[in-house]
Every structure is written in structure tokens, then in C-alpha cells.
Design a protein around this ligand. Structure first.
Ligand SMILES: [Zn+2]
Ligand SMILES: [Zn+2]
Length: 125
């Protein structure tokens, strides 16, 4: 593990899966998560500022689609619970990204067949 405060631009070893992560990523200047497992570290208050002193592991919990169609990862810090959004990089693991994106559909909090009946009631009003 690298020391806190050292430059991330030189690359780092992922604290979660242990793989080497290179700093130059496609589509981002601030590589802040591992392209293999998508986990991050709580180092920034804002992307790239390195102002957070937490240092906890940040778990990828969701995918956000921005106005321009770009995807962002939502991370939640396991140590302090802070949420962060980070642009995905061109070499991020697509399988992990997609499995995050469909997670709510794969594990719905309510029976999906109810949706249909709910729509009918809306239309009859
Ligand atoms: Zn990793
Ligand atoms: Zn934290």
C-alpha cells in the first residue's frame, strides 16, 4: 500500500484487489478507482483534490448516467459512509460496470409484476 499523500499520478496498487493500477487512464485525468474491481480510496473531497483524511476503502455501489450520456460511478466509503461520484475510465471493467447498473433490476425491492398493475391504475384516472 502506498503512503497517504503520495502522488496518485504515478499509479498505485489497488487496496481492494491488490492489482497494479496505472495512472494514465483513457478518458480521465484523475484515476481514482481501480479499473479491475472499481473500488476506490477516500482521498478526495472533490475529484483530484486529495483533501480527505479518511483513507477508507470506497465501494462502488451504483452507476449514474449524466446528461451527456457519460457514466459515473457512485462510491460509498466503508469507513465514514461518504458518497462520491467519479467518471468512469475507458479501461474500466465493463462487466463489473454493467452488473452494478442492473443490480436494482436483478434484486428488485418489490415484485416487478406489480408495476404493470400500477400503470393501469394510473391510466384509468
Ligand atoms: Zn482493484
Ligand atoms: Zn471515508
Amino acid at each position: 500500500m502506498r503512503a497517504r499523500g503520495s502522488s496518485i499520478e504515478a499509479g498505485f496498487e489497488c487496496a481492494h484487489c491488490g492489482r497494479d493500477v496505472f495512472a494514465d487512464a483513457l478518458g480521465t485525468k484523475h484515476r481514482n478507482h481501480c479499473p479491475w474491481c472499481l473500488w476506490s480510496l477516500h482521498l478526495d473531497d472533490r475529484p483530484g483534490d486529495r483533501a480527505a483524511y479518511c483513507g477508507g476503502e470506497m465501494e462502488p455501489v451504483a452507476v449514474e448516467v449524466r446528461k451527456d450520456g457519460e457514466w459515473a460511478l457512485i462510491h460509498r466509503c466503508r469507513a465514514c459512509g461518504a458518497l462520491g461520484a467519479n467518471r468512469i475510465a475507458g479501461d474500466d471493467n465493463a462487466l463489473v460496470l454493467v452488473s452494478l447498473a442492473v443490480r436494482p433490476l436483478a434484486r428488485p425491492a418489490f415484485p416487478l409484476d406489480r408495476l404493470e398493475h400500477g400503470d393501469e391504475r394510473e391510466l384509468k384516472r
